[in-house]
Design a binder for this molecule. Sequence first.
Ligand code: F3S
Length: 402
Amino acid sequence: MIITKEEEMMLNGERGEGVQKAMEIIVALGKIYGAKNLIKIESAHISGVSYKNLGDEGLEFLEEIANTGVKVSVKTTLNPAGIDLDFWETLGFKRDFAEKQIKIIKAYEKMGVKTTCTCTPYLTENKPNLGKHVAWGESSAIIYVNSVLGARTNRESGISALASAITGRTANYGLHLDENRLADYKINVKCEVKGISDFGALGYLIGKKIGNKIPYIIGVKSASLDELKALGAAMAASGAIGLFHIEGITPETNMKKMIKENVEEIEITSLKEAYETLNSDVKDIDLVSIGCPHASINEIAEIARLIRGRKIKTELWITTSRYLYNEAKKQGLIDVINEAGGKVIRDTCIIVAPIEDLGFKTLATNSGKMALLAPLHSKVKVRFGNLNQCIKAALEGEWIDN
Ligand code: F3S
């Protein structure tokens, strides 16, 4: 692998111990994946933030790195933490957990990371442009950046994204290269796909069918950005997909042929299997959760419209970024939701927060990703359906089938 003079200096420790360690990680990855060189990145996004996942070892590791004085060298944002950093106490999270979580955030802050605590940094201040190279963690953000924005990242781990953020480099392999961005399967969608939950259901099915390969989807005539966000998140969770193309919708398909020759075609004629697999049979709902990936301003506005002037009977949590919370506050949406009894929660989500400590046993969501992960990570039984069904569950306290 060829590295530049500057990269060699980083590797030799001439830019400090922290930079050296980070460069060692990047070079090791480059060698493993057969990269010919390293490339400069425009931004990084770091996953691996919640104390629920990192534990004491992760916290110690991050504090150790931060104490070397090392700083990130490119714009770097942070994934959700395990608590709302302001309202954790009111929400019922334990002090011990919160204190450790805040230490993790401080360690990142010390390294110059923007502590955005969101999985949708692309809806805030970190939105890479078409063709730009970045190093991002968080599977739902990776797939959005590659597919919807047409920027380029591999599926980075928390550690490799941090190493890239520090060095400003990533190894040039995988999805950074043109030839690796061509689809391996054609997915012919022959049923109606409408709304966030349908797109999540479709994503779930595609991920299940093709694992970590790249799909080229035909038959989907239109999709909003929120629907694409839900589609990618589910696909990246049920499979390990880092990039999808939708003919005529995602940007690279309008530039050139993005599919390999003679690939297998898979038909999807119904979403029923996804809805059946992702649903349990619970009726009483403890918590309705919207915002996986973190809710956009349009999603928050739609919920406010649906519950304006009404009173909910169960907990309703809308998880979003601090950035969009402030925007929603300005637009009066937070007040509408609060008056109805709902909560708009920043910095965290149902999966990375220790919600099992709060006594919730059943959950309703319109997110395919959350429906898949919540039973495993948060030990709840799930109902998965469209936004209207979820809001109805919040208003009635129980799930009502259409
Ligand atoms: Fe984001 Fe949490 Fe879902 S990190 S993608 S809201 S599981």
